[in-house]
Design a protein around this ligand. Structure first.
Ligand SMILES: Cc1cc2nc3c(=O)[nH]c(=O)nc-3n(C[C@H](O)[C@H](O)[C@H](O)COP(=O)(O)OP(=O)(O)OC[C@H]3O[C@@H](n4cnc5c(N)ncnc54)[C@H](O)[C@@H]3O)c2cc1C
Ligand code: SF4
Length: 338
């Protein structure tokens, strides 16, 4: 690891001021992604600004319903928080599907949103990678691309966003609260992460020096009919090949509102209003779920090693909706270990 300075921020204003003075600095929260990237020489911050003392560790009710989750709430604390377990079980389930208990004890809400892709070439500094070294090329297109994108990719980058939590946050239509040198703003979750376009080095629409302060969950939690289904190479401690977060609001057997987001398939959690429109007012049955899957995956394109993901995603969507409609969600929980 190469040398760097360490600074500790005492409050939000202090954190913003410190990073404004050093554009190559990075905030560190749990450190479970950033420190690995520094050890592998992928990230080279001049200064690491420790934000762990900031007062961003609460999960609070907000006026009009909904929940405000501080950026430093640890993944474990989020998944086991009673408000989250009861009102947003799809989020609790998605968080529990990620990483390991030890990692979830350290990983923060803000850091989870900003974790980088797990594309092997991104971590291997001996290979070309447009995300790590813009303009150098994409080694995954002609290389090992089993884990890579089937939606929204282009010749610049076919990496996927690796988070589980973010798939549930996309489905729930969360909002991200940020503070920077020019003040505070709120970013809709659908606008937070980016597709590669011609700037694959940029994962999000966060401006340089902006600090995530909280994630806001809207009142609607789909707490009765939901599921988070994650398919991976091992039952735990592995990133998703495909994951699906779904929620249904039912009137008898008819779908009043349906939500669907896919993980492991694109540079950002993948949602499509047209697929959700195909659910509205329809019977909660196999044919409806198949139509929604068809719409969501209509532009899916595989590469040499990952075409299997297209059929896998379709099957996952069908299974997830069937579980949600029956009120029998996929269980991701395990006993709390602290
Ligand atoms: C072996 C392993 C397996 C894993 N498996 C999974 C998995 O299956 N599913 C999954 O979803 N995740 C998985 N993860 C990833 C893990 O969830 C992330 O590393 C973690 O969520 C990152 O949070 P952190 O607080 O440690 O972030 P850090 O490493 O501290 O920071 C990550 C990035 O976010 C920035 N940052 C952090 N907080 C803020 C903030 N408030 N404002 C602005 N910038 C900020 C940092 O500057 C850095 O760029 C795995 C990780 C490992 C190491
Ligand atoms: S897929 Fe993206 S992250 Fe992976 S090698 Fe290509 S440019 Fe780099």
């Amino acid at each position: 690891m190469i040398g760097f300075q360490y600074a500790r921020a005492g409050n939000v204003a202090d954190a913003v001021r410190l990073i404004a003075g050093d554009p190559i600095a990075k905030f560190v929260a749990g450190g479970t992604n950033l420190i690995d990237l520094m050890k592998m020489d992928v990230e080279r911050p001049t200064t690491v600004i420790d934000i762990n003392r900031l007062p961003l560790k609460e999960v609070e009710d907000i006026a009009g319903g909904g929940l405000r989750v501080g950026a430093l709430v640890r993944n474990t604390d989020l998944a086991y928080h009673p408000f989250v377990e009861q009102r947003y079980p799809v989020l609790a389930s998605a968080v529990m599907a990620g990483a390991s208990q030890q990692l979830r004890n350290m990983a923060s809400t803000g850091g989870n949103l900003l974790q980088r892709t797990r594309c092997h070439y991104f971590y291997d500094t001996a290979t070309p990678c447009n995300k790590r070294a813009p303009g150098s090329g994409c080694s995954a297109i002609g290389g090992h691309n089993r884990m890579h994108a089937i939606l929204g990719a282009n010749e610049a980058c076919i990496a996927v966003h690796p988070s589980d939590m973010c798939v549930a946050l996309a489905m729930l239509e969360a909002k991200v609260h940020v503070t920077g040198a020019s003040g505070e703003r709120v970013i809709a979750f659908a606008e937070f992460h980016r597709l590669p376009g011609d700037t694959p080095q940029r994962d999000t629409n966060l401006d340089a020096g902006e600090l995530i302060t909280a994630v806001e969950l809207p009142p609607r939690g789909f707490a009765t009919n939901y599921t988070y289904l994650k398919v991976r190479d091992r039952l735990s401690y592995a990133f998703a090949l495909v994951s699906v977060a779904v929620g249904l609001e039912l009137e008898g057997d008819t779908i009043r509102e349906g939500r669907l987001a896919l993980g492991g398939v694109a540079h950002k959690p993948w949602r499509d209003p047209q697929a959700e429109a195909a659910l509205r007012g329809q019977p909660a049955e196999t044919a409806t779920f198949a139509r929604a899957a068809e719409v969501l995956l209509r532009d899916a394109k595989g590469y040499e090693h990952n075409s299997f993901k297209i059929d896998l995603a379709r099957r996952c969507i069908m299974r997830a909706f069937t579980q949600a409609a029956r009120g029998t969600p996929q269980s991701q929980s395990s006993k709390k270990i602290v």
